[in-house]
Unconditional design. Structure first.
Length: 300
């Protein structure tokens, strides 16, 4: 009999398929949580690479399982089960959150900035009180307004109380609430045990830390949820059931689009340049999840 391809499911296709989705979900969640605060994004890249490997294994296992003699099998379509419902939710909510993860990766800070932040945190860089010894500039006054009580800013020499004894340190743009004068106590940032890290007038932070990510979620969180709910309502259960069976013409283009999206994030994730560009390539990654889902949904 003629050997043809017919979608079938085996233990290997099931295992590799769920591992593909689990590692992809892990990469998205780790990106959103800022597990790797600066490049290289080791954890996220490892999970994304594992997902790509499992995707190749799933495609190969499905293709091998589907090759066989052509035959007609008359069976009733099974009712939607728990795996179908889980996959439906993963597809619906995974797409908007994967898009959000691409945006988070796109604004990831540089490794130089991240290493500096870590070095200052280890040194104990924090807010402490210091005293103005003398002014070295003319104070710049910001008048009070409806939203601000007003403030002053001036260059000054501060007496900084380090652990090994006070030192006089020149600092630019020292902020004060009242008019600055010798003897005025001000809040500045330094490491008491490490004078070599210097004195600053504000904290040092990495913009992709989990705290910042949580803040973005508070502001933008409803939109991925709303998009996921809409996609779920428009994704028929029978289409999800068909998507569990590997069809080369349906799944291979979608997997290729997702892979291109991951590759577009590599310049930022590895902090390298491609054709002289790094962050501009991330623009190509942002629509990749939606394009892939649109393709498989139309085919299904």
């Amino acid at each position: 009999m003629k050997r043809t391809y017919a979608p079938r499911r085996t233990r290997w296709t099931t295992t590799t398929g769920w591992l593909m989705l689990a590692t992809a979900l892990g990469a998205v969640l780790c990106s959103l949580a800022g597990v790797s605060p600066y490049p290289p994004l080791t954890v996220e890249l490892a999970l994304a690479a594992a997902s790509a490997v499992f995707a190749a294994c799933w495609a190969a296992a499905s293709y091998l399982a589907g090759r066989g003699p052509s035959k007609v099998v008359l069976t009733k379509a099974p009712a939607a089960g728990r795996p179908d419902r889980v996959l439906r939710n993963l597809l619906a909510f995974g797409v908007p959150f994967a898009t959000a993860a691409a945006l988070v990766v796109a604004v990831t800070g540089s490794s130089e900035e991240g290493k500096r932040t870590e070095r200052l945190e280890r040194a104990g860089y924090d807010r402490h009180r210091a005293e103005i010894v003398r002014l070295t500039g003319v104070p710049d006054h910001t008048p009070p307004s409806d939203d601000d009580e007003g403030s002053y800013e001036t260059d000054a020499v501060l007496r900084v109380p380090y652990d090994d004894g006070p030192r006089e340190v020149p600092v630019k743009a020292v902020p004060t609430k009242d008019a600055p004068a010798p003897g005025t106590a001000v809040d500045v940032w330094f490491a008491p045990a490490h004078p070599e890290v210097g004195v600053g007038t504000g904290p040092v932070f990495n913009p992709t830390t989990p705290v910042i990510t949580i803040g973005l979620f508070v502001l933008l969180g409803p939109w991925p949820l709303m998009a996921g709910a809409y996609i779920r309502s428009e994704l028929p259960p029978e289409a999800v059931r068909r998507l569990r069976r590997f069809e080369p013409a349906t799944h291979l283009p979608a997997l290729a689009v997702l892979l291109l999206g991951v590759l577009a994030l590599l310049p930022v994730a590895l902090e390298t340049e491609v054709a002289g560009l790094s962050r501009l390539w991330t623009v190509l990654a942002i629509p990749a999840p939606a394009l892939a889902l649109t393709w498989v949904a139309r085919r299904a």
